[in-house]
Ligand binder design. Sequence first.
Ligand SMILES: [Zn+2]
Length: 385
Amino acid sequence: MYNIVNLIVFTFVHMKKSKLDQSRLLSPATLNNFLKENALFDSLSVLGTSVEHRPIYSYTVGKGPKKILMWSQMHGNESTTTKALVEFWLYLKTPEAKQMLDACTFLMIPQLNPDGSDVYTRVNANTVDLNRDAIDLSQPESRILRELYQQFKPDYCFNLHGQRTIFAAGNSQTPATISFLAPAADQDRTITPAREKAMKLIVLANTMLQERIPGAVGRYDDGFNINCVGDYFTAQNTPTILFEAGHYPLDYKRVKTKKYIFNSLVTMSQAIASDSIERVEMAAYFEIPENKNHLRDIELYNLKKAPNGKPVLENNLLIQFKEVKKGNDIDFVPEIVAESDGLHGMQRINAQEHAALMNLCFEAEISKIENLTKRISLLSFHQLV
Ligand SMILES: [Zn+2]
């Protein structure tokens, strides 16, 4: 009987959760409705307001001495980590999380940039990139994060972001489904004690992820930029981890990626709670391949010259989706990549197998090629070929 009740409860929660998976657009209104439906909204505090006077919320849970500060969507068009964070909140309500909540106090901001989240922009309403504002603190959102950091005095910071489909894990053609960085604390990229802790947590998450998505974890370049929040906090001796939710093949809504971010949040939090970081081998951090930006969404190959002998499109054609807000959703608008040297398409489409596409290629109707390619790529290939 208990199992059946559990299953019903799980299904109910799971169905609700899937609401957030319907679009990459995650407006504050959608998020807040979801939190209300899941009895989380009343637990939120208001930290202050954004440029357009939207409230910036935080959620604090746990009563342990180890303090973990997390913030997501400081870039408004990076919603995957917010969805993972909310899933983490639901997880923290389960009995399984009790030990973690005894050991840690979590302070979490789901949307640091609610204005950008509402319109799906990286920047805030003053068109400022909040992740380049750590020193200037020119924006209310930046000041809210800094004040919270100073008051809460976290032992760890999780800086939650999303990355484009162009990134591969190293020189491979495997998209970097998740990337991490333990940001530098100075120009010399010294491995300070804070950095070392961040690296070890990343090693733990990477070990867990390799079992699920082998070869699909990347590491960001650690060039130092004190204007970036992660670099600034690391320079203040707080271990800070940059998370980047990336692409999993054909998962444009990033439902799978969300799960792997969630798994990473749990793995790292458990390690902090159980004091199991120190024994991790730091060297493994440098074995994670660095992100390379040589991937594009689609590659159209096997193009032929036009029947009249006039070459129209001789080379392979690469297409990249541009994410555009359309109503309450995100449209993936295909665009031809002008300079394709050294780049690779993730979905390779044989133009010879698509008569309509070939005809369009001969006529060089670029916009139609883009639209047709999008249709072919987003549906199952087998249905169309
Ligand atoms: Zn970002």
